[in-house]
Design a binder for this molecule. Sequence first.
Ligand SMILES: Nc1nc2c(c(=O)[nH]1)N[C@H]1C(S)=C(S)[C@@H](COP(=O)(O)O)O[C@H]1N2
Ligand SMILES: [Mo]
Length: 256
Amino acid sequence: MKKTIIVQEQGQAMLADALRKIEEPSRRQFLQRSLTLGGLALLTGCDVSDESSIDAGLNQVSRFNDKVQGLLFDASRLAPTYPDSMIARPFPFNAFYGEDEVRQIDGDSWRLELSGLVTRRKPWSLAQLRALPQESQVTRHICVEGWSAIGKWGGVPFAHFLNLIGADKTAKYVGFKCDDDYFTSIDMATALHPQTIMALTYDGQELPPKYGYPMKLRMPTKLGYKNPKHIRAIYVTNTYTGGYWEDQGYNWFGGS
Ligand SMILES: Nc1nc2c(c(=O)[nH]1)N[C@H]1C(S)=C(S)[C@@H](COP(=O)(O)O)O[C@H]1N2
Ligand SMILES: [Mo]
């Protein structure tokens, strides 16, 4: 009994240390909600007196979380939708840089590049994407930095696009490279979800630069950082490629 208490106390102290080391408040919040150090030690068998072992342990828990979220993800369950009257105006901007540094992309010369497990890899122009069937949604965007807002996005259902390009739908991942050097990757089940769209418009207007012109992927089933803006290239793969924030400790699956 006494030993358990000491272990718990040591665990709490180590957890406090580990959390102090983690700068991002969002990651801290995520970890606080999802684990205790004792639980971490039990789950991973890691030595909680060694800091690099704690990092490895946290990553292992995050990978475990990806698996659980992947298993729990219901491909037919829809995220809530809202009336137009609830759209946030103005809708918040966020990126890993400030609004004054938003990339200005020339839509006329822009081409969407395709690679990986895809049979038709010809690049797409914006006009070609606009000619495809379009859908719109009023959904809530949730950012781990502590805000959420309802917005309206319109564009091509991604499942339709993946069919058109002959993507291997048994592959594990779809990855995205963006014009601002942001990158992320998602699970195939979410890529095929009916509310996952290649957004070309925001609130009925051409997608403004700050919200990801010329095209972003909008997924109401995933947290903000999983929704890439300014997409330049899409690839389909069975190899894990992580993401900009994911590689810095944000959970990869990132369900909302
Ligand atoms: N290309 C790119 N996409 C990105 C980001 C970014 O920095 N670059 N930031 C992500 C984060 S953390 C959030 S919350 C949303 C913000 O999208 P918004 O500007 O439309 O609100 O974009 C996501 N997609
Ligand atoms: Mo975010």
